[in-house]
Design a protein around this ligand. Structure first.
Ligand code: 5AD
Ligand code: FES
Length: 354
């Protein structure tokens, strides 16, 4: 315990750690060590963000996807997925409903769907910014050329989420047929250079994933220094090649959340829907381990069930207003304070391009 505690203290004080020390920590954490880690992570989040939990309105606007990630329910070859796309008007009215409910960040997420041209995305982003000045727009629409990212940024997009999924090249390649690990990583650096608040992230408990793989993920995060990090447990989807796998654990996910809070003290760190899916109190456990963001669903209820990345996804039956109320109650019951403001990373300022 002394060595483990020493490593956690080092992480807490210096916000960095050597690769072999990280592996030692992951291999040797017991319940006592974990509680100590969570306490240090909680202190760190309070120091930078108080007890605030930022709320983001999530709009899942298309479940068409040209990729074939082995784990994902909306992969191109899943012919059982009922597909949908929202029109520009539907996206704008979801934002309007969100604004009425108090949201000041809208996250537009979708599969990699070429139906939405760069012009279309630019138009949607500009219109949201026009109608809701002062609100933040986050895009999460996958890998694009740097030029496209620049156009989105110039149209007013503030943030971009692109999980790296796993920083282990071999594991990445085995899960993403036809995709390139280097291209994924290149996208993240491009986004950062352009000036976005950038979100990376990975799944926990993928088939065959080891502590060595998590060390890769954490070292990559130390290098990239993203403003946001989305991590959640892998959960099997019945119509994918990984249908027979086991889900990732709550314990491992919250442990990694806490370590990320210590490595990147000011990071915006969501307690994800996937974490709430494998455990009814999963998101609350995440908040107590250093997470400070939640992303309730603003997708129109009619199509919500179709955005099924994994089985058993929560929040698919509720109206947007119900989802907001539910999460707000949970945040308060866990001892935190819901915050509807834009909630930028305190280290970020928008810079103008061109
Ligand atoms: N289980 C958990 N998370 C998943 N994602 C995709 N499929 C699954 C799954 N089966 C995650 C990916 C993606 C994010 C939008 O959802 O990490 O980046
Ligand atoms: Fe969506 Fe509880 S947070 S229903």
């Amino acid at each position: 315990m002394d060595v483990v505690k020493g490593l956690i203290d080092k992480l807490y004080k210096e916000n960095r750690i050597e690769r072999d020390q990280l592996l030692y920590l992951l291999d040797n954490l017991d319940d006592q060590g974990r509680d100590y880690l969570f306490a240090r992570a909680h202190e760190t989040r309070v120091k930078h963000y108080g007890t605030k939990v930022f709320m983001r309105g999530l709009i899942e606007f298309t479940n068409y996807c040209r990729n074939n990630c082995l784990y994902c329910g909306i992969r191109a070859s899943n012919s059982k997925a009922g597909r949908y796309r929202l029109t520009k008007e539907q996206i704008l009215s979801a934002c309007q409903e969100g604004y009425r409910l108090g949201y000041r960040t809208f996250v537009l997420q979708g599969g990699e769907d070429p139906y939405y041209s760069d012009d279309a995305i630019v138009e949607i982003v500009s219109e949201i910014k026009n109608r809701h000045p002062g609100c933040a727009v986050t895009l999460s629409i996958g890998e694009k050329p740097c030029e496209s990212y620049k156009r989105y940024y110039d149209a007013g997009a503030d943030r971009y989420l692109l999980r790296h999924e796993t920083a282990s090249r071999k594991l990445y390649e085995s899960l993403h047929p036809g995709a390139s690990f280097d291209s994924r990583i290149r996208c993240l650096w491009d986004l950062k250079k352009i000036g976005f608040q950038v979100g990376a992230g990975f799944m926990v408990g993928l088939p065959g994933q080891t502590n060595e793989d998590y060390v890769e993920d954490l070292c990559f995060l130390m290098e990239l220094k993203p403003h946001m990090v989305g991590i959640g447990p892998f959960i099997p989807h019945k119509d994918t090649p990984l249908a027979k796998g086991n889900s990732g654990s709550v314990e491992m996910t919250v442990t990694l959340l806490a370590i990320i809070r210590l490595l990147l003290p000011q990071v915006l760190l969501p307690a994800t829907t996937a974490l709430g899916t494998i455990d009814p109190l999963g998101r609350e456990k995440g908040l107590k381990a250093g997470a400070n963001v939640v992303m309730p669903n603003l997708t129109p209820p009619g199509v919500r069930k179709k955005y099924t990345l994994y089985d058993g996804k929560i929040c698919t039956g509720e109206e947007s207003a119900q989802c907001r109320q539910c999460i707000e109650k949970r945040i308060i019951a866990a001892g935190f304070t819901p915050d509807m403001s834009r909630g930028d990373n305190v280290l970020w300022k928008r810079k103008d391009t061109v």
